[in-house]
Design a protein around this ligand. Structure first.
Ligand code: NAD
Length: 244
């Protein structure tokens, strides 16, 4: 581990273009469980609530669960040391950008600026006419929330199953995959596509892939060059100390 950490520090110092690619795992230590696995959200909830057609046919039913998971529960979460370390690396110009699959806003809360939210964000709501509002201006005890401008149903501004990736985030993500010399993959199983194409494309373009995760993933034995086994906050802390 010691040797691997030193190698990672050298890679970060030498790289002119480093991008972080984050998944649900980086927010686990902020108290947000991932979707998959024994303690994952899908062991407790039925993923159909996030299917677009189910949502439009059963808005109140879907919203009841969405509120519980993404607003009552996510709403309390604070960035952890791993989010803060990435924000610090951006300030020190060691990190160019973050591509995140997360919808919890914790990278922005931590102070990162260049963040591409591949799956959208839960802090905003959007209607079918594309009117967008901060979620916190609505009383979610009164469900489902309706658009104050056009009266149509509001949905969270993250993508549901069956929806396309937000255009700007998609373009920025794959531009980053073209330019990256190093990609820090943190807390992602690599099972969710097209997001998982990002580090794969970067690797095909010559980038070195550093992975941080307590468990091996689909990336580990295929594209990962350095695997740092452990929790995101602990490993990122070690990296920051060694960079000083
Ligand atoms: P995933 O749920 O498929 O996998 C999470 C990964 O995190 C696993 O590989 C796990 O071993 C790892 N992990 C667990 N604890 C960790 C820790 N302390 N430090 C580092 N890694 C840790 O996540 P995914 O691949 O990101 O895919 C699920 C999709 O669900 C994502 O695309 C995301 O949009 C969404 N999601 C988001 C959130 C969120 O916004 N916080 C939460 C759940 C799911």
């Amino acid at each position: 581990m010691n040797e691997d950490l030193n190698r990672v520090v050298s890679l970060l110092k030498e790289s002119n273009y480093t991008v972080a690619f984050t998944g649900a795992g980086i927010s686990v230590e902020s108290g947000i469980p991932p979707f998959r696995g024994a303690d994952g959200l899908w062991s407790k909830y039925n993923p159909e609530i996030l299917e677009l057609s189910y949502f439009y046919h059963n808005p109140a039913k879907s919203w009841k669960v969405i509120k519980e998971i993404f607003y009552d529960f996510f709403g309390e979460a604070k960035p952890n040391k791993a989010h803060l370390a990435l924000a610090e690396l951006e300030k020190r110009k060691i990190l160019k950008s973050i591509v995140t699959q997360n919808i919890d806003n914790l990278h922005f809360d931590a102070g990162s600026d260049e963040v591409y939210e591949f799956h959208g964000n839960s802090r905003m709501l959007i209607c079918e006419e594309n009117h967008r509002f901060e979620a916190n201006r609505f009383d979610l005890n009164n469900l489902p929330p309706m658009c104050p401008k056009c009266g149509k149903l509001l949905k969270p501004d993250f993508i549901f199953f069956g929806e396309g990736i937000p255009e700007l985030a998609y373009r920025k993500t794959f531009e980053a995959a073209q330019k990256a010399q190093v990609v820090l993959v943190i807390g992602s199983t690599g099972e969710v596509y097209p997001a998982a194409n990002m580090p794969r494309e970067a690797k095909a373009n010559g980038a070195t892939i550093i992975e941080i995760n307590p468990e091996k993933t689909l990336f580990s034995n295929s594209i990962t060059d350095v695997f740092l086994q452990g929790k995101a906050s602990e490993i990122m802390d070690e990296i920051l100390i060694r960079l000083n």
